[in-house]
Design a protein around this ligand. Sequence first.
Ligand code: N2P
Length: 355
Amino acid sequence: MKRNPMKTKSMRFAVAGLALSCFTAFNAQAAEPKQLFFYNWTDYYPVELLAKFEKETGIKVTMDGYDSNETLLAKLQAGGAAYDVIVPSQSIMQTLIKQDLLLAFDASSLPNFQYVKPPFRNPSFDPGRKYSAPYLWGTTGFSYDSARVPGGKLDDSWKEFFEPRKELQGQLAALDTSSSVINAASHYLNVDECSENPQDAKRILELLQKQKPFLKMYSSDNTVDRMASGEVIMMQNWNGSTARATLQKSTIKYVYPREGLAMFQDNFAVPKSAPHPGNAKVFIDWMMKPENAAAVSNAIAYANGIQSDTLIDAKWRVMDAINMPDEFASRLRPEKECSNKARELQDRIWAKLKG
Ligand code: N2P
């Protein structure tokens, strides 16, 4: 019987094809799908840069936003959230580590860790950088439009914000974040922001309750536009949002209150439940490259922890909000991690205030 060469050949192809598909299937299982779920503060990462990352690595990023550490913590504690990279501030790092919610990925073993500025290499909230890499840092003070305040200038005190002058009443906003509002009130009243004393809590609540009728709103969204559009004259604000608003309206000023203001240091971390931990490491390493870190700072106006100062736009370097005058250094209060007891007290203040 004559053999059918075509058939034999196609069978051979089929076998080869099968072997090949087994091989790719195996590989696909070993490698992660080219996907990354990024959970970050709103308005805290330029989308153009995500496009660059996707182009260079082939990893497609989906970004979701939150507006406070409280929201991030609650989301992770509830379980079931599928995120690969998150951005916790220093004030919740120890809680996340102790509750076993983070993956130890040893940031210091990544190739681009060499570019991390020395003060950011070994922070007390994550010794040895086992669970995190530095992202941005900044301060939470307040901003105002000098063209719309009596005499063109406000005092550098939280008094202006908590007990506003008549002309400004009804024209100001506070962040909608318990820790930020309570930190500022504590600094103004000169009490420990992690106080466990119910008497301190009472004083803070009274101050906030007195201020509340003068507020147009509590909100942690649209912090750039709210100032730039003139919707409010004064607001509790982050330095980076203020700097961006100042670009649109040059009369906007940022205040470093003399009673003290919170300084935050935000970090990249990987939840233990991350579906794509390998891609998370690729992303975090990529973000430690000076050109990429500088691209973030240039777009959203916060300082980063990477050696990239020479790549930062001159327009930011001349702004007080970004380039803090040295005389204010002693006013910065790094955000602390409060005890559970202190946090419960804060939750009670907040619930009463908002209830
Ligand atoms: C800006 C977010 C500031 C981050 N939208 C404060 N940790």
